[in-house]
Write a protein that binds this ligand. Sequence first.
Ligand SMILES: [Zn+2]
Length: 337
Amino acid sequence: MKKVLIYFLCLITICFILPAIFTNTTKTKQTLAIQNTQEENTSVQEATQETTQGKYSKIKLLHSKTGEIEEVDLETYLCNVVSAEMPATFEKEALKAQAMVARTYTIYKVNNKKHDNSDICDSSSCCQAWVSKEDRFARWEEDKREENWKKIVEAVNETKGKVVVYNNQPINAFFHSNSGGKTETPINVWGGSGYPYLQSVETSGEEGYTQYASEATFSNEDLLNKLKTKYADIQIDFSNNESIKILERTESDRVKTIKFGNHNLSGVETRTILGLRSTNFELEKQSNQIKFYVKGYGHGVGMSQTGADSLAKQGSNAEDIIHHFYANVEIKDVNEI
Ligand SMILES: [Zn+2]
């Protein structure tokens, strides 16, 4: 009887208990495999979070349209910024330079706050552009989405934590779309005393980009009306060739002062009022209209994005590009400053 009982217990063990143990083990392995896959999927975020430990690991991003403030991981935020600020078709080294510039600009803003309760906003006209991954994908062709995003994430990852410093401080890393061949000093755009690392530099190859040249034409009446929004008493004798005249240019050949009838305006003011792409322009008076031929796109200070791409095409790496546009700077890890 005892033997039968032992035999019966062995049978139960073989038929039910052992399979149950193996199944549980298999399930555990499957669970681990799923977890590993999830970890691989989020490896970009985890890897970036590793190097952004410390003071600047998270930033408070203000969504300018909704007023919502979101706390985001710095490196993840930079992927969204780079994808908003520079075409993914640009050279990898240009994207890496953009990533370092955007990181530096962000940290400068964290230390020099412009907004209450947040570090930076998502508007390119105020701070720097940001686009959600979903919105960015919607604007890319379907078959290019993953490839483009991967290139941007790599550009951010390969420059992880790197910032541009002057005297061991993150610089005010201005950048713009196209310099028209020569960048501008900030003093000519915003006044003040300027920054030693923001000098005017020449870049070859920018003329090959669509952002390089543009035209704007205004009828005499339209021009006068636009100027009247700022100067109500403005008067222009359009029959007199001397009534509209460029009086002075900056060292980078941008318009410093221009005469419109009884008022002298700065190039920057003229650009804003007329919505020109830059202050680097020539004008042509025609019978009853004025034509502006504009070179470059943006304020012209700091790194030119198309210039960065052009330099990369000529063999410069991201560090070379940074040193070309910002004078006497160093590239350091954010946690070393
Ligand atoms: Zn802002």
